[in-house]
Design a protein around this ligand. Structure first.
Ligand SMILES: Cc1ncc(COP(=O)(O)OP(=O)(O)O)c(N)n1
Ligand SMILES: Cc1ncsc1CCOP(=O)(O)O
Ligand SMILES: [Mg+2]
Length: 535
């Protein structure tokens, strides 16, 4: 951290190559860190003459001078995270590792094993592979290869499917044996002192180049579990520098103190938002075009960064009565729902005392943040504000969404319950982010709540400018009928009893998640087939 007037600013050191076109490399790292509110210092390892057409020349910086830059920064400034990009020679890798041994960084080492530019130009030769595998990776907290890099690092194996990517992530993870030995000791110490630990080496295999995928799918593996991180693929040619930017954002979030998985999810969302924002900008005449890291040029656009409609996919709404009945705490229930695949959580406490509600909210928020899952508060703006939850859900007789927006500001998520076209239009005008629509089917969870059926849901979805989540009596046997409806705004289902009025929340959530994924894949394949046949 760097001290400024008593405030500390998270600090990332980027050790990478310069891109004269400023789409990738050091320049992308500087812009990404600035966009994420983090200080970024730089050690330049190579200077490229580069533009949107490709790389016209590369000049490696002599390793002595790389060492001198490293010493200048690390001996003087408190670095939280080191992020690496182009490391053009084995000697530079050695110099880096020696510097890190002399001046250890506080939080993490993020290794983006850059070998080939977007244009296909080689930036680090294959002689570097063994040095990466044997010397650098064991020291890294996360490595972030794309498909081509993962394949090269694993002796040229073919990576064509998500299953191949999982396999590659596992094999790359296994290259960190010294790290595992080192962290095993740390794990024991942390367990003894009761601290959470997040120190296993992590691998993110980026699937941006995966053939035939409509989504941008990355595989995150932490040595224990695989996470399939899926966002819609933005159709644009302005993608030069996405790898550098993603790794820098991960580094920036780690420097702020976020857990690894949260950092990866935040970084992925940021890149998606930046690509969406810049998909039509024109810089240069070639096909390797950069994007705009500074999302504030278009007013209001950065709201997209706050809320991701695909988070509505499996929306878990809690019920403390049900948890009590099955003898578990709210925190355990929320943790189990997230592990089962819940993509957003709402705390719905109808009878709790304010102080208890606030404490529960803070405890659940810690769980949600550790998984990068947003937590919303039902009805109570005051509890959302006091706990710093990610937002609120309000109904037609709760505080109006416009007043909630004024109180919560632009950085929080607001959902509104709507049964009619007029309510849906008003929600949009009021500055809400999404609509909850139902009860679709009858339910015992909410009294005096007329059902609107699938037809009512469809009417709201078609009229809505906001994404919609369906709610009310939804479970594993009828969720398919809901998601089968051909309405673009419908993003998922919100569920109470089918998750929480059950003995095993994790199993029930997983069951529903798998079913929703099956529908999602079927729908994606249908769209893909339709696009291919030109219909
Ligand atoms: C996602 C979602 N949709 C609708 C509701 C219902 O909210 P409301 O109409 O305010 O009723 P209560 O939940 O407050 O009883 C919801 N909670 N979540
Ligand atoms: C909160 C709410 N709002 C509309 S229906 C409903 C209850 C949904 O609960 P369940 O999923 O148990 O039917
Ligand atoms: Mg309400």
């Amino acid at each position: 951290m760097i001290e400024k007037n008593g405030d500390s600013i998270p600090h990332v050191l980027s050790v990478a190559g310069s891109d004269s076109g400023a789409g990738a490399g050091i320049q992308a790292d500087l812009k990404a860190c600035a966009a994420r509110g983090v200080y970024c210092s730089t050690v330049i390892t190579a200077v490229t003459a580069q533009n949107t057409l490709g790389v016209q020349g590369v000049h490696d910086v002599p390793e002595d001078f790389v060492a001198q830059q490293l010493k200048s920064v690390l001996s003087d400034m408190q670095v939280d995270v080191v992020k690496t990009g182009v490391l053009p020679s084995i000697r530079v890798v050695k110099v880096l590792l020696q510097s890190l041994a002399e001046f250890p960084v506080r939080a993490a080492l993020v290794v983006d094993p850059v070998m080939v530019s977007t244009s296909g130009d080689v930036l680090a030769g294959s002689s570097i592979l063994s040095s990466f595998r044997e010397e650098l990776f064991p020291m890294a907290d996360i490595v972030t290869p794309n498909i081509k890099e993962a394949s090269a690092l694993l002796g040229g194996i073919h990576l064509e499917t998500v299953a191949d990517m999982c396999n590659a992530a596992k094999l790359l993870h296994a290259l960190g044996p010294r790290k595992v030995l080192k962290v095993e000791r740390l794990r024991v110490i942390l367990q003894v002192i009761g601290e959470a630990w997040d120190v296993f080496q992590n691998v993110l295999v980026k699937g941006g180049d995966l053939p035939d995928s409509l989504d941008a799918v990355d595989i995150f593996f932490n040595g224990e579990r695989f996470y399939e991180l899926r966002l819609s693929r933005i159709k644009t040619r302005n993608t030069h520098g996405t790898g550098c930017t993603l790794a820098s954002c991960i580094a920036a979030e780690l420097a702020k103190g976020s857990p690894m998985l949260t950092s990866v999810k935040v970084a992925k969302r940021y890149v998606e938002t930046a690509l969406e924002y810049s998909k039509e900008i024109l810089i240069g005449n070639g096909s390797q075009r950069p994007f705009d890291h500074s999302l504030r040029l278009k007013s209001g656009f950065h709201r997209k960064e706050v809320f991701n409609p695909s988070d509505l996919f499996l929306y878990a709404v809690t019920d403390s009565g049900m948890n009590k009945k099955w003898g578990r705490s709210m925190v355990d229930a929320v943790g189990a729902a997230i592990q089962g695949g819940a993509t957003i959580v709402q705390l719905r406490e109808k009878d709790a005392e304010t102080q208890d509600f606030l404490e529960t909210a803070k405890a659940c928020l810690a769980v949600c943040r550790s998984y990068g899952v947003p937590l919303l508060i039902n009805d109570r703006i005051d509890v959302a504000l006091a706990s710093d939850a990610d937002g609120v859900h309000v109904g037609q007789s709760d505080m109006p969404a416009s007043a909630a927006r004024t109180l919560l500001g632009p950085e929080k998520i607001i959902g509104v319950s709507c049964k009619t076209i007029e309510q849906a239009q008003q929600a949009w005008i009021s500055g809400a982010d999404y609509i909850g629509s139902g009860g679709v089917y009858s339910t015992n969870t909410k009294a005096n709540n007329p059902t609107i059926g699938l037809d009512g849901l469809k009417t709201v979805c078609l009229a809505s400018k906001l994404p919609v989540v369906a709610i009310g009596g939804i479970n594993a046997s009828n969720a398919g009928s809901v998601m089968k409806m051909e309405v673009p705004n419908l993003k998922g289902v919100a569920v109470v009893s089918a998750l929480f009025d059950r003995e095993n929340v994790l199993t029930e959530t997983k069951k529903l998640h798998d079913l929703l994924m099956e529908h999602h894949h079927r729908k994606s394949n249908e769209i893909h087939a339709r696009q291919l046949s030109g219909k």
